[in-house]
Design a protein around this ligand. Structure first.
Ligand code: PLP
Length: 358
């Protein structure tokens, strides 16, 4: 059997990883600015992370949500404190798409409504409703197409207001990334997020903050949406949450009540996943990584702004993008070693999200 070929690959095989560095099978070292689709939040093979998972694996790796799993409560408690949302409720799953799928479904259950507002250039995942709310027709299969999603221009206050005026009583939720990732590192304006908050309050809709990529401390605040100074009703999380272990979740405001069997999962919140997620929360806290993301991110953005070939350097903390002019559009490729380029310089695993060509 061969692999189903859905990804164009960089010709690299990574065999070792530590902190911010990875090494390939030829002994080449890379500074990893990519973090494997923006996943590595506390560095590769962090000793506390390795120890937490190893110890847990030696006790019990998995049991389902049919029993008490105190590790889930410990995670909810520590995550509540780290994010500042101590009164929220945690539901655990396995990926970002699943987190958004559950967030959207929950909003519909809660409001009894069907329509979702999403934004141009959004990416929310590949499961049926999450992909329907993703602004990329190429990844929406015919079966996923639905009239329940309304796409509006990003950061357009007037369009949002008009949409609520026309369809406000049908809107279950507004879903928005605090910083659009796949769409090209575009920051949702603070005033726009505040407007979403007040329109959702006015019309009884649910504000869903997709924090799968821009969350988990990467922006310098736990959720990049926090810069706006208002709370969302549901935050979706994944990527950095497990530092590579597949774990996702949603944090749900206290006014949204749970009901038995409305959401569920076999693997979500299993013992090993909780151990991984706990290790991440503990390291972010003990090593002050959110403040670090802000300091290093500001320094990096300052340095990038001084390179005159780079345009529109933008971002928050360590979620950074810039545009490159046509004549250096292969910059990303040149950061990786190939026979054509000198192997002596520093190799960069540069992020598709980090470098945006036009
Ligand atoms: C903002 C955002 N939401 C959701 C997802 C989907 O996450 P996953 O690939 O874990 O399903 C992604 C993945 O890139 C993302 O960037």
């Amino acid at each position: 059997m061969k692999l189903f070929d859905v990804y164009p690959l960089n010709d690299i095989t990574i065999v070792k990883a530590k902190g911010s560095y990875v090494w390939d099978d030829k002994g080449e070292q890379y500074l990893d600015l990519y973090g494997g689709h923006a996943v590595i939040s506390i560095g590769h093979t962090h000793p506390h992370y390795v120890e937490r998972i190893t110890n847990q694996l030696n006790k019990v790796g998995f049991y389902s949500n049919s029993i008490h799993i105190p590790l889930q409560e410990e995670l909810a408690d520590k995550l509540g404190k780290l994010s500042g949302k101590t009164d929220y409720q945690l539901f655990l799953c396995n990926s970002g798409a699943e987190a958004n799928e559950n967030a959207l479904k929950l909003a519909s259950f809660f409001t009894g409504r069907k329509k979702i507002i999403a934004f141009k250039k959004s990416f929310h995942g590949r499961t049926s409703l999450a992909v329907a709310a993703t602004d990329n027709p190429n990844i929406v299969a015919p079966v996923n197409q639905t009239e329940n999603i309304i796409f509006l221009p990003f950061n357009d206050a007037e369009a949002l207001e008009n949409c609520f005026k026309q369809e406000g009583d049908k809107i279950a939720a507004v879903i928005i990334e605090g910083i659009q990732g796949v769409g090209g590192i575009h920051i949702a304006q603070d005033a726009f997020l505040r407007q979403i908050r007040s329109l959702c309050d006015q019309y009884g809709a649910v504000y869903i903050a997709d924090s799968v990529q821009c969350g988990y401390g990467r922006s310098g605040k736990f959720f990049s949406h926090d810069y706006a100074g208002v709370n969302a009703d549901i935050y979706s999380m994944a990527k950095g949450m497990g530092n590579g272990f597949p774990v996702g979740g949603i944090m749900i405001a206290p006014h949204i009540p749970p009901k038995h069997f409305m959401l569920g999962t076999t693997f979500g919140g299993n013992h090993l996943a909780c151990a991984a997620a706990l290790a991440v929360v503990e390291v972010i806290t003990s090593d002050n990584l959110m403040a670090n993301a802000l300091t290093i991110g500001n320094r990096l953005m300052q340095g990038l702004s001084e390179i005159k070939q780079l345009e529109n350097v933008r971002g928050r903390g360590l979620m950074i993008g810039f545009d490159v002019p046509e004549k250096i559009k292969d910059l990303k490729k040149r950061c990786l070693p190939t026979r054509r380029f000198s192997p002596a310089r520093l190799n960069l695993m540069s992020s598709a999200y980090f470098l945006h060509c036009h």
